[in-house]
Every structure is written in structure tokens, then in C-alpha cells.
Design a protein around this ligand. Sequence first.
Ligand SMILES: [Zn+2]
Length: 302
Amino acid sequence: MKLLDAIDSLNLWKRGGKRAPHKPLLLIYALARQVRDPNAKFEFSLIEKDIRELLNEFYKPLSGRKHHVEFPFWRLRKEKINIWEVETSGRIKETKSYDAHVRDLRKYNATGSFSKEVAQEIRDNPEVAWQAARKLLDQHFDEPLHQIILERVGFDYETYPADRRSFKRAKRDKKFRENVLKAYDYSCAICGFDLHINTIPVGLEAAHIRWHQLGGPDTQNNGIALCATHHKLLDLGVFTLSKDYRIILSKSIHSPNSGSDFVEKYQKRKIKLPRKTEYSPSLEYIEWHWKEVFREPELVLT
Ligand SMILES: [Zn+2]
């Protein structure tokens, strides 16, 4: 299982809860293509726009600057387990930090591909690619984003192998969900959605404010009860919370046909808080969300 081991040993700058989605997104993108075409090649100049778009969509746009797509593309060659190779038509002169310049990657037709062993492993058993994508998603993205990312890169979600999470994790998730939904009286803290089928709440989720993958605990003060849509929008950085629990919308959002009143009308409104004040979202986790997920990173928490 070379591919899965390589993913577990990826060299990432994921310290202090900072997100590092560059290599994971490039790999998920490349895995989706590799499953469809066992001889896939990834020419830098042809994929850089796609990868930049993925980073803008599932990480966040950098104000006034572009994401460095060349970093993951070039650095993946240097993993402990050989997973990625890059061929060029000329010599790439590395920078002091051992990166390649974008212009050189373009000029010398730099073309990435999975290493021979990994490509063979996927050819022999395409499910390995699925497992690898699942691992990358589990390690780097909150769950509501998994399906959106897979669909976006062209993985066929319908044939995606069933959840293989451990029993322990499932049990822990269940407890978090119950505690959070109860704290919020089984309704969405934003829109009040509280549909039940008989006694079972449906379409309601317990959202982690600071993602579990990035060190967020399973405690009530790191959770909010949200309907499925508001949960996705929180994870996509469409809105965040202020210190006094008001909803702050990203400046990047708009509804071209004014067809969505799903978030806009909640701008600056206070969310419905749990009755027990110790269960209210902790500022520490809101700050993490503001920095790592919300789409207006240049603003300060108000
Ligand atoms: Zn809602």
C-alpha cells in the first residue's frame, strides 16, 4: 500500500491548527484523473488554473496575491515515499527554499505524474485511489466538504466506497452530535430549522467551528447546531461569527439572480445561543475559523 503510506507520511506544514491543503488538493485532483486514465500526465501549465481554482474554492482566496501552485507541484517530488515525479525539457534552477519558479515550470513544460509503483498500484486496484482520496479528505477537510470536493474534481461520488471510519470515531461523533443538538434545542442556530420525523430531528447537524482535523475538540463550545445547508456554508467560509455572536458574511458572496435569501438576510443578526452560557461558542474557536476558513482574512475579528 505504497500510496496510502505515502499519504500518511506527507510532509505538511500543518502546525498550530494551520491548514495546509495545497498538496492534498493537488493529489485529490490528480487521483480522480488517474482513475479514469492510468497513463495520466499533468502538465503544469495545463493544470495550474484548475488547482488555483480549487484552492480559492476550498481554502480561501489570497487577497491581492495568487496561490503558489508551483509549491505543491514541485515539492511533492521530495516525499519520503516516492509518489510523484516531474519531467522537464530543461534544467530547473531552484530557489533558496528549494522551490521552482512558475515561469520555469511553464517554459520547460514541467509535467507531473504519479511514480511508476503508485500508478501500477492504482491500475491493479483502482479502489486504492478512492481510499487515498478518503484519507486526504478525512485528514484535511471537514466532512460536509468531502462530497463537494469529490464531485468538483470528477470523482464519481455514487461509486465512492462506503465509509470505513473506525467504530470508536463513529461513537465519538455520535456523542458530539447529541450534545450539540441538545444544547441548541434541536434547531439551526441561524434559521431555526427544526424538522423532525416523529421524534427524530432530520437535516440538522452538529458543526465543528474549529475542524476536528485541525485540533478542534468535540465539546459543546466548539459546536453549533446548523441545518445541512448552513453547515456547508460555514465550512466554505461564506460566513463566520463576531465576538458577540453575530453573523458576518463574506464580501465575496453574491447571488446573481437575487434568488437566494438563505444567507444574505442574516447579515449581522445574532445566532440563537444555547441556554447554558458555558455551551456558547468559545472565542478561541471562532478566531480559528476566522483565520483559517472565513473568506475575508484581511479583516480583524470585531
Ligand atoms: Zn439553517
